[in-house]
Design a protein around this ligand. Structure first.
Ligand code: 5AD
Ligand code: SF4
Length: 491
């Protein structure tokens, strides 16, 4: 059988996005993406470069001449998932399609190139996150010579500013716009500075032009992306444009375009940025503010550059300037040397802040990082799991309580598509980034709808449409008062 149909599909495909079919008469490329939003955005750039060079994009593995896997290296389990997938594809190449070319793109490329290419002979092509422009040449080389092709050079300049991403997998309503690449922060647990290189910002003009094109094509929401968006900085006519200024300029492009961003570092959250949230109604009322841990000693070992108290004062400042703003965070359980008391500090910080949402992880040691070189990964797997479960349980309780406080309020929701459970219902997100589900009636995808919340779970608000909204402006709160948990809780 010359077929991929018996490739077992991985259970957890949440992070995997597949290429759609489109254009190009040359070799057909199937592209699979693992990991974060930044990787999804990178795959859109890769798709654009391939299309420009007459490669076709296919969603059918069986019809593909090339399989490219855009990889993630942030945690060990992400890497293992990609490795399993490569082995499956490799086995099928051996058995059914000896001429198939397999390529690894992105974050795993640099570190694993020797292993993938020479030791395991798993792939034909390895291309790092700053070398995508070279992809057509590398593919041509491997097709014509049968030799493996590699480019994992990291760049200090590359931002792919001039490349118009192919918006595959898009709902036509919300899009990612990449504004900077790399990271200079060197948190001790994080591999990103090694896999993605030094921080660099994309020219403001090209970002604004891309946003304008999205507006002209009917998009209603952009999420501007970077490893650390709030350290965005470019020189323009002798002065610098910072992230607050960039966000402000994007927000002026159209009243009906909502703007989100991800992801930010607490140390760079300026008052100027908070005032943009306050003053520009189409800049969403939501900030993802990764804390990572609730104990100052652990934060120091993590090299996060702020203490627990400094983070708490930041949250107070955020909530004073932008009352009612929704906050989410990232938390790591079981970092090197974490004691029971230090873990308890993470739980108490969560109780104090009452995030609406959190992404929660078990620490996994990453090669070359400061933590890997200097500390012992000495919290047992069992203890890491137990602590992570405590964090998740607490967050679920808080999310549910926060959501219950929304009952009776009205949220302007941008319709993204049918809800997962029923075609009769639409789902979308509120200004505060909460998933909202309601009867579809005669609304359409891309409409802003004011929805009154009638019930909830910890993850979703359910409600009834009250009317179509003019644009994506701020949530209208019609019940008395603001969510008391959204007011400053730190003294
Ligand atoms: N182990 C566990 N979680 C990690 N993260 C980054 N590196 C690691 C690691 N080695 C988490 C952080 C970061 C998010 C994107 O992934 O919480 O904010
Ligand atoms: Fe990694 Fe820290 Fe940079 Fe985020 S800020 S990408 S956690 S090094």
């Amino acid at each position: 059988m010359n077929s991929f149909s018996d490739i077992p599909i991985l259970d957890d495909l949440d992070a995997v996005k597949k290429t759609p079919a489109s254009g190009g008469g040359g070799p057909q490329v199937y592209l699979e993406t693992y990991g974060c939003q930044m990787n999804v955005s990178d795959s859109e750039i890769v798709a654009s470069i391939l299309k420009e060079n007459d490669f076709g994009l296919t969603h059918d593995l069986n019809g593909a001449d090339v399989v490219l896997i855009n990889t993630c290296a942030i945690r060990e389990n992400a890497e293992q998932k990609v490795r399993r997938r490569l082995q499956e594809i490799r086995a099928h190449k051996r058995k059914y399609r000896p001429d198939l070319k397999i390529g690894v793109l992105g974050c795993m490329a640099e570190r694993l190139r020797t292993q993938f290419l020479e030791e395991e002979k798993l792939v034909d092509l390895v291309v790092g996150p700053d070398a995508y422009r070279d992809l057509p040449n590398l593919l041509k080389t491997t097709f014509s010579t049968g030799q493996a092709a590699v480019n994992v050079q990291l760049s200090r300049e590359e931002t792919y500013a001039d490349i118009a991403p192919v918006r595959y997998n898009s709902n036509g309503v919300s899009a990612f716009v990449s504004i900077m690449r790399g990271c200079d922060n060197m948190c001790s647990f994080c591999v990103v500075p090694f896999t993605r290189g030094r921080e660099r910002s994309r020219p403001t003009r090209s970002i604004l032009d891309e946003c304008k094109q999205l507006i002209d094509s009917g998009y209603k929401e952009v999420t501007v992306l970077g490893q650390n968006v709030n350290s965005y900085s470019v020189g323009e006519n002798g002065s610098a444009v910072n992230f607050a200024e960039l966000l402000h300029r994007i927000s002026l492009l159209s009243d009906s375009l909502r703007i989100r961003y991800s992801t930010s570092h607490p140390k760079d959250c300026s008052d100027e940025l908070l005032h943009v949230h306050r003053e520009r109604p189409n800049v969403c009322n939501y900030i993802h503010l990764p804390v990572q841990h609730g104990n100052t000693g652990v934060l120091k070992r993590m090299r996060r550059t702020y203490s627990r108290d400094e983070y708490l004062s930041l949250v107070k400042r955020v909530r004073n300037i932008v009352p009612g703003i929704s906050l989410s965070t990232d938390i790591i359980a079981g970092f090197c040397g974490e004691t029971e008391d230090e873990h308890a500090d993470t739980l108490s910080l969560m109780r104090e802040i009452r995030y609406d949402h959190a992404f929660m992880f078990m620490y996994s040691e990453r090669p070359n990082t400061y933590a890997a070189r200097k500390y012992n990964d000495d919290v047992s797997e069992e203890m890491k799991k137990r602590r992570l479960n405590e964090i998740i349980t607490l967050q679920n309780e808080i999310s549910l309580e926060n959501n219950r406080n929304e009952i009776g309020r009205v949220h302007t929701t941008l319709v993204e598509g049918p809800s997962r459970r029923s075609d009769e219902q639409f789902s979308g997100r509120s200004d505060t980034n909460k998933m909202v589900v309601f009867d579809r009636e005669s609304f359409s995808i891309g409409d802003y709808v004011d929805v009154r919340v009638t019930s909830c779970t910890s993850a979703t608000l359910r409600g009834k449409a009250v009317n179509k909204s003019r644009n994506g402006f701020r949530t209208v709160s019609e019940s008395a008062g603001i969510n008391e948990h959204a007011l400053p809780v730190v003294n």
